[in-house]
Design a protein around this ligand. Structure first.
Ligand code: NAP
Length: 241
């Protein structure tokens, strides 16, 4: 049985990916930070379906916490086979209003976390000569979003890391890809008002906002595929082409 470590699995896209991969038969270690109640509920609901997962609290913007998380995961299931770097935060703000603290928090949560988690799982993957790393980026990392400069930078950074790492790790049979979703219906977008959501729908050729399950399907494909690496795949309904 292959082992998946997913960051930010307590809510939204990460929750959907974690639950579905657990149902598909993977060993799942679900990371959360603030949403302990939600993480425990996911574990309980799956247990009632006869599926056991591990949950682990860690702030993935902190190297020491990531180290302990990977140690925990290794002790439960052996080396991580599939790392899904999903944890992230977003903030709408004019560029000139961004403080140093906000900039650093965005970059450390969305980008440094990918650096830390990837470095910590890599020795195990290199040892196995096998691995799959999936980074959850965003369309805004491809085309930039007004009033989301720090977020866009963090996601563009993920895309750069994905391409460079894929080249470095290919010879070790480790694949690295990004998924750059369009707007997905989760709590992250609670602050977008309905009129704007309607506008986005109208500008999307497939005529709807994305759902977490759309991202899970892409993850599943990237896990099973054996010849795709260094790619940024963007499930966005055609909003960005
Ligand atoms: P969400 O509903 O707000 O959930 C965010 C998740 O990230 C939560 O599980 C949260 O855990 C976790 N998280 C945040 N900071 C963390 C930290 N320091 N350490 C560990 N976990 C942390 O967001 P979402 O929409 O599912 O987004 C998931 C990913 O998809 C993000 O990387 C986001 O940028 C990306 N994305 C989202 C959209 C969209 O439209 N929703 C579009 C493109 C890309 P806790 O609550 O436990 O702290």
């Amino acid at each position: 049985m292959k082992t998946v470590l997913i960051t930010g699995g307590s809510r939204g896209i990460g929750k959907c990916i974690a639950e579905n991969l657990a149902r598909d038969g993977y060993n799942v270690v679900l990371n959360y930070n603030k949403s302990e109640k939600q993480a425990k509920q996911i574990q309980k609901d799956l247990k009632e379906q006869g599926i056991l997962i591990e949950i682990y609290k860690a702030d993935v913007s902190k190297r020491e916490e990531v180290k302990k998380m990977v140690k925990f995961s290794n002790s439960k299931f052996g080396n991580v086979d599939i790392l899904i770097n999903n944890a992230g935060i977003a903030k709408l703000e004019m560029f000139n209003d961004i403080t140093d603290e906000e900039w650093n928090e965005m970059l450390s949560t969305n980008l440094n976390s990918v650096f830390y988690c990837t470095q910590e799982v890599l020795p195990g993957m290199i040892h196995n000569k096998n691995g799959c790393i999936i980074n959850i980026s965003s369309i805004w990392g491809l085309v930039g979003a007004s009033c989301e400069v720090a977020y866009s930078v963090s996601k563009a950074g993920i895309n750069g890391m994905t391409k460079a790492l894929a080249k470095e790790l290919g010879p070790s049979n480790i694949r690295v890809n990004s998924i750059a979703p369009g707007v997905i219906d989760t709590e992250m977008n609670n602050n977008i008002d309905n009129a704007i959501k309607e506008e986005i729908k109208n500008e999307t050729p497939l005529g709807r906002i994305g759902r977490p399950i759309d991202i899970y399907r892409c993850v599943k494909w990237l896990i099973e595929d054996e010849f795709t690496t260094g790619q940024i795949i963007s499930p966005n309904g055609g909003y960005v082409i």
